[in-house]
Design a protein around this ligand. Structure first.
Ligand code: TMP
Ligand code: ZN
Length: 411
C-alpha cells in the first residue's frame, strides 16, 4: 500500500495570512473517492482529519489538512461523462463561450482538469482543443476518444511548454478543479503565460455560499482544498494583475461560481451582483461560518433519527449515487451497510466496488427496479430535479427519496 502524507495549512492559500480560524471538524475519514475492491476491504484504510478554516483577511475557506495530491489524482475514478446533467451544462457553456468570444478554428481552448474530455468535445466544433489532466488513466482515455490530453498537473512550466507546442490559448477553462489545487500561484502564473491578450480564463468552483446555505456540508472532502467566494477569488486575481470581468452563480453542484478573469476588458454587471449577494449573506464574516457549523450538527442528528425509525419499522433503505460527497456524509453520520444496504451509481468503474469508510457495496442502478426499496437516500442531491424525474416509475410504485442536506426532507 502507498503511504500517503498530508501537511497542515499554516497560512492562507490565497493571501498568506497566518491567522486562520476553525469552522468545522468532521473527524477522520478516508479519501472520498478511494473506492475499495473486495480484496482491499481486508486492509486497514488510511484516514485523514477533515476540518475547515476561515481566513478573515481574504474570506477563503480552506481545509486544515492537505493530503498529497499525487495520491488523490493519479488514478481517478470520477468521469464527467457519467453525469448527464453535467455534460448538458458543459455543452451550453461551450456554446455560450464560443459565441461571446467569437471562437474560430484558429483559436485554442485549453482545459485544466479536462477529465474525459466531455467539455472539450463540445468546444471542438468551434476551436482547437487541448486538455491537461493529472489522472493518467483518464487522460489516456480522452486522447483515445479524440481529445488530445496532456497527463500532468497544470503549472507555469506546463503552460510554457504548451505555448511552444500549440501557441497561446484564447480560452482557458477550469471547471470543478480550482478547489482541488494547492499551489494556486503556480496555476495563475501559468494562466498569465498561456492566455492571449484578448483571451479569457473561466473557472467554475462550488460556491461557499451554497456550502453553508442551501447545499450541504458533504461537499467538504480532501479533494476540495478551497471553498470559494467571489471575494476570495477577486483577491487572488488581483495578486496576478488579472481583472474579474464577469461572475455568475450557476446551478451546478447546488450553486457554483462561474468567474471570468482577463488581462483587460470591461467589468460586467454580474461581478457587482455576486459581490453584493455575498455581503448580504455575510460570507466575509466568521459568524456566518460558525452558524453553519451548528446547523451541520443538527442535520446529522436528524438523519440518524430518521434512519433509526426506518430500521425499527424494517424499512429497506439504499443510497442513490456514490459521489465523493456521499462518502463524507456516510462517514460523518456514521452509516454502514447495516443502515444503507447498497448504493447505485451510473459510473461503470464504481460498480462492484465498496464505498470508502462505510464499506457499503456499489451496484448498477438496474437493481432498483427489481428491489424497489422503501427509501432511497439521495447522495447525488445536486441532481435532485433530474433524478426525481428520471425515477418517476419507482416513485409511483411507492419508493420515497430522502434528501439529506441541508435538512432531511422526504419526497
Ligand atoms: P458529481 O455530483 O460529482 O457529478 O457525482 C455524481 C455521481 O452520481 C457520479 O458518480 C455519477 C452518479 N450519478 C448516478 O448514479 N445517477 C445519476 O442519475 C446521476 C446524475 C449521477
Ligand atoms: Zn486569506
Amino acid at each position: 500500500m502507498i503511504r500517503t502524507t498530508y501537511h497542515l495549512q499554516r497560512s492562507c492559500r490565497i493571501c498568506g495570512a497566518t491567522r486562520l480560524l476553525p469552522v468545522l471538524d468532521l473527524g477522520k475519514t478516508p479519501l472520498a473517492n478511494a473506492f475499495l475492491t473486495k480484496r482491499a476491504l481486508k486492509i486497514t484504510e488510511r484516514k485523514y482529519p477533515l476540518a475547515i478554516l476561515f481566513c478573515p483577511r481574504c474570506s477563503l475557506v480552506q481545509l486544515r489538512h492537505v493530503v498529497d495530491p499525487s495520491v488523490i489524482f493519479t488514478d481517478y475514478h470520477y468521469r464527467t461523462g457519467a453525469s448527464k446533467p453535467l455534460v448538458e451544462h458543459f455543452k451550453t457553456m461551450a456554446h455560450d463561450v464560443a459565441r461571446d468570444y467569437r471562437l474560430t478554428k484558429k483559436d485554442l481552448v485549453v482545459e485544466i482538469g479536462s477529465n474525459d474530455g466531455s467539455l472539450l468535445k463540445a468546444f471542438a466544433q468551434n476551436a482547437q482543443v487541448l486538455g491537461v489532466d493529472p489522472a493518467g488513466n483518464v487522460a489516456r482515455e480522452a486522447t483515445r476518444s479524440g481529445v488530445e490530453t496532456i497527463s500532468a498537473f497544470f503549472t507555469e512550466k506546463v503552460a510554457r511548454r504548451i505555448v511552444l507546442t500549440h501557441g497561446r490559448a484564447k480560452v482557458i477553462v477550469a471547471n470543478n478543479v480550482f478547489a482541488h489545487i494547492d499551489d494556486l500561484d503556480d496555476v495563475l502564473k501559468g494562466v498569465g503565460e498561456l492566455l492571449t491578450d484578448d483571451g479569457v480564463f473561466i473557472f467554475e468552483a462550488h460556491w461557499v455560499g451554497n456550502l453553508i446555505g442551501k447545499g450541504g456540508y458533504d461537499q467538504i472532502y480532501h479533494e476540495h482544498l478551497s471553498y470559494f467566494s467571489l471575494h476570495a477569488a477577486k483577491y487572488l486575481a488581483g495578486r496576478f494583475g488579472l481583472l474579474v470581468t464577469d461572475a455568475a452563480l450557476v446551478p451546478m453542484h447546488g450553486e457554483s461560481l462561474r468567474i471570468s478573469l482577463r488581462k483587460k476588458g470591461p467589468q460586467k454587471a454580474g461581478v457587482k451582483r455576486v459581490l453584493e449577494k455575498e455581503k448580504r449573506l455575510m460570507l466575509t464574516k466568521y459568524a456566518a461560518y460558525k452558524n453553519f457549523a451548528r446547523k451541520v450538527a443538527v442535520s446529522k442528528a436528524q438523519l440518524r433519527a430518521f434512519l433509526a425509525t426506518c430500521k425499527k419499522k424494517h424499512r429497506a433503505v439504499v443510497g442513490y449515487g456514490a459521489p465523493g460527497k456521499g462518502n463524507t456524509l456516510l462517514n460523518y453520520v456514521g452509516l454502514r451497510a447495516k443502515d444503507i444496504a447498497y448504493l447505485t451509481d451510473t459510473t461503470p468503474e464504481k460498480q462492484g466496488t465498496y464505498a470508502p469508510g462505510s464499506h457499503i457495496p456499489i451496484l448498477s442502478p438496474a437493481v432498483l427496479a427489481k428491489k424497489r426499496p422503501d427509501y432511497i437516500l439521495l447522495l447525488a442531491w445536486n441532481y435532485a430535479p433530474q433524478i426525481l424525474a428520471k425515477e418517476k416509475t419507482l416513485r409511483k410504485k411507492g419508493t420515497k427519496f430522502i434528501i439529506p442536506v441541508p435538512e432531511v426532507r422526504v419526497v
